[in-house]
Design a protein. Structure first.
Length: 89
């Protein structure tokens, strides 16, 4: 998947990264509208947090509303990290 490429880039560079996956397919219903997703990847290339936009701006944005919620992850050097997209905040 696309996240493998991002994970390798983070690992090679020794950095953490946040990546937008607009168009993540719905895992149970592939014909449903996709999610608007963010992933947080650590310097080992692992996904440590995933967030799907909860409140798409309908009818303009055709995303399926997210179902993961948000939470706090311990990031580099003990920093606390959480993610949201646009008006979800």
């Amino acid at each position: 998947p696309l996240t493998d490429m991002f994970g390798e880039a983070c690992k090679e560079a020794g950095v953490w990264g946040v990546f937008s996956l607009t168009g993540e397919k719905h895992e149970e219903h592939p014909k449903k509208n996709p999610y608007n997703t963010l992933v947080l990847i650590n310097d080992d290339g692992e996904i440590v947090q995933k967030y799907r936009k909860l409140l798409p701006w309908t009818p303009i944005e055709g995303w399926t509303p997210g179902n993961l919620g948000t939470f706090v992850t311990e990031g580099p050097k003990g920093m606390k990290v959480s993610m949201i997209i646009c008006d979800d905040g």
